[in-house]
Design a protein around this ligand. Structure first.
Ligand SMILES: [Zn+2]
Length: 195
């Protein structure tokens, strides 16, 4: 067992980082740098602006983004509509806050992976809403990314008999996505079911 006895300091300005709640991400109150608590490393972060208006509580949900690469060597599919599998490169987005049930994590991740939120308006800081604590560690997200890749293979037509593949998910950054909470989280970007 390891115990952190040394207070976590901002790698940029040296200020002591205050943990206010259970969150894997700390933000330096002095210079705004985002730090990944388990390792003390600086995180690359994007914050996206609200695009959908709704009368409900507003938050920013952290998503882990991974550069994902897969190669399928052999695949045996039985069934009439067997097609080529998923291979190549893409970005996997994993919602990492809001205590989502695992089916929701997979559903939202697939929505973002097929419709990446790039080219959205970025803002420099959180506006009138707080970020939800990041609950899924970076390494756990890598495993989820692989699970999601495999679930695409299992879900498509035909019965998957056998697969031999190579998979890599390299963490790139945290993307804070605007959401509303109204008996569940609603993505506040156009084109994600909330508009
Ligand atoms: Zn700082």
């Amino acid at each position: 067992m390891s115990l952190r006895l040394v207070p976590l300091k901002c790698p940029k300005c040296g200020s002591i980082l205050k943990a206010q709640r259970k969150d894997l991400v700390y933000q330096c109150e002095n210079c705004g740098t985002f730090v990944y608590a388990p390792t003390g490393e600086v995180l690359d972060v994007s914050i996206l602006d609200f695009e959908v208006m709704r009368n409900a509580s507003k938050y920013y949900m952290p998503f882990l983004a991974y550069h994902t690469r897969a190669r399928i060597y052999d695949e045996e599919v039985r069934g009439f509509f067997a097609q080529r599998g998923m291979g190549g490169e893409w970005i996997t987005y994993i919602p990492a806050g809001g205590s989502l049930p695992s089916e929701e994590v997979v559903r939202i991740s697939k929505m973002f992976t097929s419709n990446p939120p790039s080219n959205r308006n970025e803002v420099q800081s959180f506006r009138d809403a707080s970020p939800l604590p990041m609950e899924i560690p970076i390494e756990a997200g890598e495993k989820i990314a692989e699970f999601i890749f495999l679930s695409y293979e299992v879900d498509r037509p035909g019965i998957l008999q056998n697969i031999r593949y190579e998979f890599e998910a390299k963490f790139s950054r945290v993307v804070y996505v605007p959401v509303y909470y109204d008996n569940g989280y609603i993505i506040a970007l156009r084109g994600y079911g909330g508009d």
